[in-house]
Every structure is written in C-alpha cells, then in structure tokens.
Write a new protein. Structure first.
Length: 113
C-alpha cells in the first residue's frame, strides 16, 4: 500500500528528500490518516522520526530543526526533507499510515562522516 523512495548515500551535512506514495489508498482515507516516518539503524530498534496528522506535526528530538514532514494530498504522497544529515541518521527509513497500519518497504539512507 505504501512505497518509499529517495534514500541514498550522502556526506554529513548534506540533504535528502524521502518520498512515500500511497497509490492504492482512497484519497479521503489518505487525507485522514496519520502518516509517519520511522527508521531503523543496524542493530537497533525501529524508532519514530516524524508524524503528520490533520494540522499537526511531531518530530523526534534528534531531528527537530533538521527534518520536515509534508503531506501532498493531490499526489497522495508524504515527504521527509532531511537537512544537515549526520552519521547517526544512517538507517532504513519506513513510511507508515495509522490507523491502517500500512508500512512501506523501506529506503536506505547512509550518511558518511
């Protein structure tokens, strides 16, 4: 139901934009869902990065001021703009929708220090 893309290899201080498309979700369902990005670093548990619901956003403390989550209802996409990337941002990033509990397949972000 969700397909993530946009990961890659970047040097510390660089930027990436992740994209997640919900091509098979009905637009009204997409618009009412809480959409989120999670990440999982090697050997660590999956953690919340950012969420967006109707009218509000939420960020992990470690990414505040550097990452931005945006919903594009017309395209049924949710983006994660990541700036000033750090080595500790390395991991596989997953998009998620609530309450449907759909997960994307993940996209790998590698930040070189």
């Amino acid at each position: 139901q969700l397909q993530a893309s946009g990961g890659g290899f970047v040097q510390a201080g660089g930027s990436l934009r992740l994209s997640c498309v919900a091509s098979r979700m009905i637009t009204s369902v997409f618009n009412s869902a809480t959409l989120g990005w999670y990440r999982q670093a090697p050997g660590k548990q999956r953690e919340l990065v950012a969420t967006i619901s109707s009218g509000s956003t939420n960020y992990a403390d470690s990414v505040k001021g550097r990452f931005s989550i945006v919903r594009d209802s017309a395209k049924k996409r949710v983006y994660l703009q990541m700036n000033n990337l750090k080595a500790e941002d390395t991991g596989r990033y997953y998009c998620h929708s609530h309450p449907q509990d759909f997960w994307g397949q993940g996209t790998l972000v590698t930040v070189s220090s």
